[in-house]
Ligand binder design. Structure first.
Ligand SMILES: NC(=O)c1ccc[n+]([C@@H]2O[C@H](COP(=O)([O-])OP(=O)(O)OC[C@H]3O[C@@H](n4cnc5c(N)ncnc54)[C@H](O)[C@@H]3O)[C@@H](O)[C@H]2O)c1
Length: 277
C-alpha cells in the first residue's frame, strides 16, 4: 500500500514502538491518530510533534474496552474521513509470575489488553477497510507468540492468540484489498517492562522499578533494538504487503527449535538464548 496522503491509527502511541511508528508514518506523509491510555505522556508527544508541523491528533482510551475502540474508529473517521492503516499495538508486559500463581485479575488484565484489545481493533476497523477496498492492519504480537519461556504464561497466551487471530484474518481477507501483518519482536528498548504502571489498582502489582535494558539484553543474550528500527520494519511490511514481521534473526532459530522439538514429541523445556536446549 502507498502511504503518502493516507490515514493511520496507532494504539499505544504514547511510548515505545507505537510512538516510533507514529513518527515514521508522519515521515511517510500520513496523518495519524495517536491513541493511548496514558493521557499526559500522549499529550506531551502530540504537542512536540504538532509543533514540528506533524498532522497528528490524540485520542485517550482504554484498548481493553470494546466501546472505546469503536469510539476511536468513529473519532478517526470524523477527523480524517478514512482510515487506511491500523497499527493494533497497545500492550502490557507479563506479570513475571509462574502461570499457576497468576491470579484471575492479572489474567483478566493481560488478556484484555494484549489479546482482546487487538480483537476489538480488528472488529471495529476491518469492515470500513473492506468497504473502501483498501487498507492494512498490523497486529503487534511478540516473539512470545511463537516460542515460550517460563514465568510469562498469561503474556504467551495473549501473544500466541494474536498470532493465531492474525493468521485467520489474513486468510479471511484474501482478495478484499485489505492486508494483514503480524509483528513479532524480540527485545526492543521501550517501557514495556514498566507496564505495571497501567495495572488496575485492585491487582496490587508493585510499582514498577525502572528496568535497565542493558541488563535485560545481557540476560537474554540479545540486542535491544531501537523502536525506530521496528517502525521501519512495519513500514516495509505494509508497503510490500508482507505478513510476518520478525525483527531479530534469533526468533527464527527459536521458532524452528520449537517446531522440531514438537515433531520429535519432546516435552517443552526452556529454550536457551541460542535456540538450543
Ligand atoms: N519492547 C519489547 O521488547 C517488546 C517485544 C515484543 C512485543 N512487544 C509488544 O510491543 C507493543 C508495544 O509495547 P512497547 O514495547 O512499545 O512498550 P511501551 O510500554 O513503551 O508502550 C506501550 C504503550 O501501550 C499503552 N497502553 C498500555 N495499556 C493500554 C490500554 N489499556 N489502552 C491503551 N493503551 C495502553 C501504554 O500507555 C504505552 O504507551 C506491546 O504490544 C508489546 O507487548 C514489545
Amino acid at each position: 500500500m502507498e502511504l503518502q496522503g493516507k490515514v493511520a491509527v496507532v494504539t499505544g502511541a504514547a511510548s515505545g514502538i507505537g510512538l516510533a511508528a507514529a513518527e515514521r508514518f508522519v515521515a511517510e506523509g500520513m496523518s495519524v491518530v495517536m491513541a493511548d491510555i496514558e493521557a499526559p505522556v500522549l499529550n506531551e508527544q502530540i504537542a512536540r510533534l504538532q509543533a514540528a508541523g506533524a498532522p497528528v491528533v490524540p485520542f485517550v482510551f482504554d484498548v481493553s474496552v470494546a466501546e472505546e475502540v469503536a469510539a476511536l474508529r468513529d473519532f478517526s473517521l470524523a477527523t480524517y474521513g478514512a482510515v487506511h492503516l491500523l497499527f493494533n499495538n497497545a500492550g502490557v508486559g507479563g506479570t513475571g509470575r509462574p502461570t499457576w500463581k497468576t491470579k484471575p485479575a492479572a489474567w483478566d488484565w493481560v488478556i484484555a489488553v494484549d489479546l482482546l484489545g487487538v480483537a476489538y481493533g480488528v472488529e471495529a476497523f476491518t469492515p470500513l477497510m473492506v468497504e473502501q477496498g483498501e487498507g492494512h492492519i498490523v497486529n503487534t504480537a511478540s516473539e512470545a507468540g511463537l516460542c515460550t519461556t517460563p514465568m510469562l504464561g498469561a503474556y504467551h497466551a495473549a501473544k500466541y492468540g494474536v498470532v493465531g487471530l492474525s493468521e485467520a484474518l489474513v486468510m479471511e481477507l484474501a482478495g478484499t484489498g485489505v492486508g494483514v501483518s503480524c509483528l513479532c519482536p524480540e527485545l526492543v528498548n521501550t517501557k514495556i517492562f514498566e507496564s505495571a504502571r497501567h495495572a488496575p489498582a485492585h491487582l496490587g502489582l508493585p510499582k514498577p522499578e525502572p528496568v535497565s535494558m542493558e541488563a535485560l539484553a545481557s540476560f537474554m543474550k540479545t540486542t535491544a533494538i531501537d523502536p525506530s528500527v521496528v517502525a521501519g520494519n512495519v513500514v516495509d511490511a505494509v508497503k510490500s504487503n508482507s505478513f510476518w514481521i520478525l525483527t531479530h534473526d534469533i526468533t527464527h532459530v527459536r521458532a524452528k527449535h520449537r517446531n522440531e522439538s514438537q515433531q520429535r514429541g519432546d516435552t517443552p523445556t526452556m529454550i536457551s538464548t541460542s535456540g538450543a536446549n
